[in-house]
Write a protein that binds this ligand. Sequence first.
Ligand code: C5P
Length: 217
Amino acid sequence: LKVAALIPAAGFGTRLGQGPKAYLDLGGLSLLARSVAALAPHVDEVVVALPEGFALPEGIPARVVIGGATRQASVLALLRATDAEVVLIHDAARPFLPPEVIRTVRTAAAETGAATAALPVADTLVRGQGQASALWGELTARENLWAVQTPQGFRRELLLSAHLEAEQGGIQATDDAGLVARLGLPVVLIPGDARLFKVTTPSDLALARALVVVWDA
Ligand code: C5P
């Protein structure tokens, strides 16, 4: 079974304000280099979506496609760029990838068609209300709630049809497993890892800079 890792890395990192996040340095390696290095041993090829006009830094073993205006468009471009039977989609913005999570997602995707890393929610969850959502609104039972992460694994044909349906229906999703679930198909939840957090805000970056010291040791 041919397996490809597909990495959407075509975002501009607007919330962090330091240029495309994929190029951000973390302990001497970019976020993108870290994701590629973690995934490459588990797959037959790695394909990365970059913003137009950006190049892959030297020494990163991957192919490049130009990303789209949204994450979803970038993933669709990646899906069209490979003939692998199984694809692992992973955000470049999540640089800490435990090998065990990659292996488990990969196996479940090949067996069932769709699987994602996800973390059981530990905090109390409440919907904000009022101006700027700054007041305590409705409480949500956290029982059986999971925070969805990547990597997410799929049979490529299945994810491609989910994307084409979404495109036709004008549906925008922030993740791929959601598009598959929308079709009424099962998605297996694989216990992820707190270290798989997405570097989005300056405080995430501070966490990542602290963690990388231990991770690389
Ligand atoms: O912006 P956010 O953190 O949600 O992006 C998640 C991932 O999707 C990042 O790795 C980012 O580079 C990627 N992305 C993309 N194309 C876009 C927007 C985001 O590949 N147009």
